[in-house]
Design a protein around this ligand. Structure first.
Ligand SMILES: Cc1cc2nc3c(=O)[nH]c(=O)nc-3n(C[C@H](O)[C@H](O)[C@H](O)COP(=O)(O)OP(=O)(O)OC[C@H]3O[C@@H](n4cnc5c(N)ncnc54)[C@H](O)[C@@H]3O)c2cc1C
Length: 350
């Protein structure tokens, strides 16, 4: 019999952050993960951007999320001995007069203007990529290397024999008042962090998920290591050398998480109409984002069985929402706070 304080099902960014917070508080963990196959965290660009959408909305809790995220990612960089965070401004291309006007209006707001700056087009944008339109900079943006984070954390778990690679088998789970038992593992608590696969979890499938499929390309562009990211409807993110992540094409109705030719073509044609240079598509990958309608994470215990816990709903913003809310959940589990914030508690769905 193996004993652990927490059995964690799933080791995407959600499971990784919960694991890290629990270990920091002296708890023991053991993960079960089916091998990250098409996991959202393996496909994500990891962009953290305070200002999004056509209306240039500034997230009100951005500073709080960013401070916590940078603190936690620095701890993980130290633990894993890799670079996870790159401070790259997001260059926003304003494609018409309306956008220019709206941007100028938004800049009147001092909260908004502290995050942004001018960005006169440089030679990469105007001569190599030949992107048209005015450009401005969102200085506070950064990029998390999510796929390296989950892969390297997984290696560390592996070395310490703290991860089992398999599909979690619900028929092998038995629960009594004190403990959960799963294939010879005994744990007082199980935390389910399965991302979009939560819809197949018999205990938590009542949570009203609103998952969406996203697909991205890895392409080669004729410019090396661009020192910024670009948002021009499509997002272009440097991945090293002359490789770039380009995304996303989205679908609300889909059959599976497999990359589709149709979405790849959609991305290619959008990129072709954006840049005036040649590019080569290297690969294409898709995954399902674990979103919820109110765009907030969900955490807490099963209403009838408090051995069973959930941490999910990171949606389109796992890299920014994850650290603050994982720490909040573990504060609650450790008894450091009495109640979960009602915006993220599972109680909003009971
Ligand atoms: C194309 C795309 C681009 C994105 N870009 C960004 C971005 O730029 N910035 C950002 O912040 N977010 C982005 N996201 C969203 C981000 O990826 C998610 O918020 C985040 O990865 C969700 O993490 P998760 O751990 O909840 O889920 P996942 O990463 O999907 O992890 C779930 C894990 O659980 C495991 N699992 C599931 N079910 C079982 C089971 N039954 N048994 C065993 N293991 C199981 C899976 O193997 C997987 O490893 C993007 C998403 C997509 C699809």
């Amino acid at each position: 019999m193996i004993e652990t304080d927490y059995l964690i099902v799933g080791q995407g960014i959600a499971g990784t952050l919960i694991s890290h917070e629990l270990i920091k508080r002296g708890k023991t963990v053991l993960h079960v993960d089916r091998g990250h196959k098409n996991s959202s965290s393996s496909v994500a660009a990891g962009v953290v951007n305070p200002i999004t959408g056509r209306r240039f909305v500034l997230k009100s809790d951005f500073l709080q999320l960013k401070v916590k995220a940078l603190q936690v990612y620095a701890e993980l960089e130290e633990l894993l001995q890799i670079q996870l965070v790159q401070h790259l401004p997001m260059i926003r291309i304003l494609r018409n007069e309306d956008e220019v006007k709206r941007w100028e209006e938004r800049k009147e707001d001092p909260d908004f203007s502290t995050h942004v700056g001018d960005f006169p087009k440089d030679s990469f944008l105007s001569e190599v990529l030949k992107i048209k339109g005015n450009s401005v900079a969102i200085k506070a943006a950064f990029k998390l290397n999510v796929s390296d984070l989950v892969a390297c954390y997984r290696n560390l778990l592996d070395v310490n024999k703290l991860i089992i690679e398999e599909e979690f088998d619900f028929s092998a789970l038995s629960i009594n008042l004190e403990n959960c038992n799963y294939k010879g593992i005994q744990a007082p608590k199980i935390v389910f962090c399965e991302g979009a696969k939560i819809v197949q979890n018999p205990y938590f499938n009542f949570i009203p998920m609103q998952p969406s499929k996203g697909q991205a390309l890895i392409v080669e562009l004729p410019v090396e290591k661009l020192p910024y990211m670009i948002n021009a409807g499509l997002i272009i993110v440097p991945e090293g050398d002359n490789r770039y992540w380009v995304g996303t094409a989205n679908k609300w109705k889909y059959e599976d998480e497999i990359a589709e030719d149709e979405l790849e073509k959609r991305l290619e044609s959008k990129l072709r109409s954006l840049v005036g240079c040649d590019f080569k598509v290297i690969s294409s990958a898709a995954a399902i984002r674990p979103g919820i309608k109110d765009r907030m994470p969900v955490m807490g215990a099963h209403p009838e069985n408090d051995n069973l816990l959930v941490f999910n709903g990171l949606g389109t913003k796992g890299s920014s929402l994850g650290p603050l809310w994982a720490a909040h959940f573990v504060d609650f589990l450790s008894g450091d706070i009495e109640k979960l914030n009602s915006k993220v508690s599972i109680e909003r769905f009971l």
